[in-house]
Design a protein around this ligand. Structure first.
Ligand code: SF4
Length: 256
């Protein structure tokens, strides 16, 4: 029901009770009128709050989400992190990349992506540029927002590269869902087998599912090889490029 309809209904009730009052009705009628006036105030406050929430733009909504993540301790990774690492890039490009978790170095710099080697990150940058974008105008994020450190107090110590547990993934994916909800990308590129299986809770190998377009909440998903795999097997680069060409075609034409 809309605000106006609520207020009209309350007004009608108030007028009816006013009439009872004119006929000499008692205290209970007066009390009911007071309650209606209070309810009117609450209805107005409720709709004002709702309106102020809905007028936040995506950047502001992501800002609110980031503050929430910064305080998150929903899983044990929150106790051992240096920083939360949430995203990098532009919010309204339509193109989103999802990796698994923040890299150690990036954890220090508070930027997103997701790999153990600088080369893998450079390769991802090259792929993005070959698609006609830059790292700044696509949106890059991870499923996990905190990186486990062996000793978070000593920043020179190495991160703990233990695989993420299903509890950590399931818990942190709540934030990824929120990001997707706010940004509304046209297509999401899932980088690697771990991300594919974390994302869709599907254990199929990336060799089998790459290039097979899936859907998640009405958004297209393109699973493909992780850049670190391409460093080990350069023959896969062409396959990834074929996947990216389909993504570009989809962004340009809406067809895949
Ligand atoms: S990894 Fe995610 S769920 Fe766990 S503490 Fe960090 S932000 Fe929270």
């Amino acid at each position: 029901m809309k605000q106006l309809e609520y207020l009209k209904l309350l007004n009608l009730l108030k007028r009816t009770l006013d009439e009872y009052l004119n006929w000499g009705e008692t205290e209970i009628v007066k009390k009911s009128i007071d309650n209606i006036i209070l309810t009117e105030g609450s209805v107005k406050a409720f709709f004002q709050k709702k309106q102020s929430k809905s007028i936040l733009n995506p950047k502001e909504k992501i800002g609110v989400l980031k503050r929430e993540i910064d305080f998150c301790k929903k899983c044990s990774l929150g106790n051992n992190r240096l920083n939360t690492v949430i995203d990098t890039g532009f919010l309204t490009t339509g193109l989103m990349f999802v990796g698994e978790y923040p890299d150690f170095d990036k954890n220090h710099k508070d930027e997103s992506f997701v790999d153990k080697t600088e080369q893998a990150e450079q390769l991802l940058t090259k792929i993005i540029e070959a698609m006609g974008y830059t790292r700044k105008n696509v949106y890059i994020t991870n499923i996990i927002k905190c990186r486990t450190m062996i000793d978070p107090v000593n920043t020179k110590r190495k991160p703990n590269y233990k695989p993420s547990t299903s509890f950590e993934i399931g818990t942190c994916k709540y934030y990824l869902d929120k990001q997707i909800e706010i940004i509304k990308p046209k297509i999401i590129i899932l980088l690697g087998e771990v991300v594919f299986s974390d994302f869709l809770y599907n254990e199929e190998s990336i060799g089998k599912v790459r290039g097979v377009v899936k859907e998640y909440k009405g958004i297209k998903l393109m699973p493909t090889y992780h850049p670190v795999v391409l460093l080990k097997n350069s023959r896969l680069k062409k396959i990834v490029w074929d996947d990216m060409k389909r993504v570009m075609h989809y962004l340009n034409t809406g067809k895949i």
